[in-house]
Design a protein around this ligand. Structure first.
Ligand SMILES: [Zn+2]
Length: 644
């Protein structure tokens, strides 16, 4: 008898995984240590273990749990190429890029770049959290002296690049309005919207991408590819005061000239690159990093445009090729020297172009997404370039994203047009395959042969047919685990290992979802709030109902008619309906307070913040039709709750 709970513990790597790792060690240029030299070059100092705590003592970031990465040799349970990247991402502290330009790295998944001006310092990206940004600024000041912040630049719309802005600009500075906040055009429109409408689904899926609930260790989470992991801490969005509109736009900030290049719909919907002639410094934001980035992250997103991405890198070469002495990004470490910069940009440009063009070529030959992933192979010149390896995105899922962008989910084979959903299909597969025991017996044989991909598929059907079958769950968990150990991509590893963990232990307990912060709400247009409400409407419950509400906002001078009919919530902007059931007159901030649960609707009415006409109970009736979304839902097994 095994110990109770022993089957829940992570296992050893199998012989086939060990053999795969040995082949990887032979195939890739592990003797090339230039990345390690670059990642440590210019080191000035750091915080112990890169540990950052909030004022309440809550640790929001620490690399201490990753101490196991000090071993140079990868354990059998981690792909050696991923182990190498995980070790590179352990470098932390303040680094000089060139005299006058510094980076804080490893105190967050992203970097902060600090560019010294005549008197002050220009801060490029502000990390994920206020605590992190504050710690980064203190570290910088300790080594470079106290300098006032001359400007803040946000390179793009992802939270790890703006969430900590309030740790860089204190309230007094903010109130004075004297410090420009510079961002690419459409920054506010995209900064929060990418994660709002599908937020609940995306956040749950992100757990599979980043692995925050996995133990850190050789059999658990080791990295995210782009950096160590997601940072915790307080996040606040600051509105930019100066938008860069077109490629070629320039600004002189604190005596330093910046030349900008727009790169919309690349890694983020609004993103930009820049060159600083004074320092011969090129910054390509998150479009030229030390890994093949994601064209479609596992959390889910709009598919990114690989073709545009490649063109921006080509354009950057054309604009600034041969002029940069150092190139840094907002993740990973810089590269120095004209020749090496040129090579890296060319290879990254061609990585995205190759993936794009060859996917389309194979697609036009009739291959489906899964077949393209199986067929495509990077050319030798890119295969051996460390920065082209798929630690975050991966060629095998990026090609599927490209296929999806052009052709969508359907492979055009009508057998896949209307398949049974997982539970129904699972039951039929199990029946056709001769029952659970027959499947498990065959699966064990194939597991021993290292055929993990098909074993996972077959056992997946069994778990959906019989979620209480412990042998099936345990063997599927073991199988996903081996796939995780084999994976070179950190996101694949996290996904596989977290799937294994949930099969063994069930879903982690998560605290209830906090209400949306006021600042996030303030960044949303009122029309977006109605869109957000629309996706919470429970269609079946709304059957037969018709509710019409007028909304008038005193401060923004907006007016809306919001209508529920045909189980759909729609709105007309700039109008009021004379026959509406009720009308509400209020400041937009009052609505935000209600949504943020800082007050409730009746209290806001009683205090005079909201003026009501007509039958206000119709609003309560509408709100009673809204769903609350769970923070957690089953992924590797059937849902326990019925949703209709
Ligand atoms: Zn980022």
């Amino acid at each position: 008898m095994t110990q109770p709970g022993a089957s829940e513990a992570p296992k050893e790597a199998s012989a086939s995984v060990v053999a795969q790792h040995a082949a990887t060690l032979k195939a890739l240029p592990f003797s090339d240590a230039s990345d390690f030299d670059d990642a440590s070059r210019g080191f000035l100092g750091t915080l112990e273990h890169a540990r950052i705590a909030s004022a309440q003592g809550r640790v929001v970031w620490s690399l201490e749990p990753y101490g196991f990465l000090s071993d140079e040799k990868a354990p059998a349970t981690v792909n050696p190429s991923l182990w190498r990247q995980s070790r590179l991402n352990m470098h932390h502290g303040l680094f000089e890029v060139v005299p006058g330009v510094y980076q804080v790295r490893g105190l967050d998944i992203a970097n902060m770049t600090l560019i010294e001006g005549e008197r002050g310092v220009i801060v490029v990206d502000t990390l994920t959290s206020i605590e992190g940004a504050r710690a980064a600024m203190e570290l910088y000041s300790r080594h470079r002296g106290k300098r006032t912040v001359a400007a803040v630049i946000f390179t793009h719309t992802h939270t790890d690049h703006w969430g900590g802005a309030r740790g860089v600009l204190d309230d007094e500075t903010l109130a004075s309005g004297g410090v420009p906040i510079i961002a690419p055009n459409l920054f506010m429109e995209h900064a929060v919207s990418e994660n709002i409408i599908a937020g609940p689904a995306m956040l749950r899926r992100a757990q599979y991408q980043f692995g925050p609930f996995l133990a850190k260790g050789p059999r658990g989470q080791v990295d995210c590819g782009l950096g160590k992991s997601m940072a915790a801490g307080a996040v606040a969005l600051l509105r930019p005061t100066d938008l860069i509109m077109v490629t070629g736009d320039k600004r002189v900030i604190d005596g330093i000239e910046f030349e900008f290049q727009m790169a919309p719909n690349s890694e983020a919907p609004a993103e930009m690159h820049f060159f600083v002639p004074r320092y011969r410094l090129l910054n390509l934001a998150e479009n030229c990093t030390h890994n093949f980035h994601n064209l479609l992250p596992f959390r889910g997103a709009d598919v990114r445009d690989a073709l545009a991405w490649s063109k921006y890198l080509g354009e950057a070469l054309q604009m600034w090729g041969g002029r940069a002495e150092a190139m840094c990004g907002q993740h990973h470490w810089p590269v120095w020297g004209e020749q090496r910069i040129d090579t890296m940009i060319r290879q990254q440009r061609d990585l995205y172009k190759f993936a794009h063009d060859q996917t389309i070529r194979l697609m036009n030959h009739g291959l489906t997404a899964a077949e393209i992933a199986e067929t495509i192979k990077l050319p030798a010149s890119l295969e051996g370039a460390w920065h082209a390896r798929g630690y975050y995105g991966h060629i095998r899922h990026n090609v599927k994203a490209i296929y999806q962008k052009y052709l969508g989910w359907y492979d055009a084979n009508p057998v896949n047009l209307d398949p049974l959903p997982p539970v129904d299909a699972g039951r039929k597969y199990v029946e056709y395959m001769g029952g659970a025991d027959a499947i498990i017996a065959r699966a064990r044989e194939d597991f021993a042969k290292g055929e993990f991909r098909f074993v996972a598929q077959a056992l997946g059907h069994l778990v959906f047919a019989e979620p209480a079958n412990q042998s099936a769950r345990a063997l599927l968990a073991d199988t996903l685990e081996q796939l995780g150990y084999a994976a070179e991509s950190a996101t694949w590893r996290n996904a596989y290992l977290f799937g294994a963990q949930e099969l063994r232990q069930g879903m982690p307990k998560a605290s209830p979802r906090p209400p949306m912060p006021r600042e996030t709400l303030a960044a949303l247009r009122t029309a977006q709030l109605w869109d957000l409400l629309g996706v919470r409407l429970n269609g079946p419950k709304a059957e037969g109902k018709r509710i019409v509400l007028n909304w008038a906002f005193t401060d923004t001078e907006e007016a809306f008619v919001v209508t529920l009919e045909n189980c759909a919530l729609t709105y007309i902007e700039g109008a009021q309906d004379a026959a509406a059931d009720a009308g509400f007159t209020l400041a937009r901030g009052a609505l935000d307070e209600v949504i943020a649960k800082q007050t409730n609707f009746p209290d806001a009415v009683a205090s005079g913040k909201i003026e009501v006409s007509g039958n206000a109970t119709r609003l309560a009736e509408l709100m009673a039709l809204m769903d609350e979304f769970p923070r957690m839902f089953e992924i590797v097994e059937p849902r326990r709750t019925t949703v209709s």
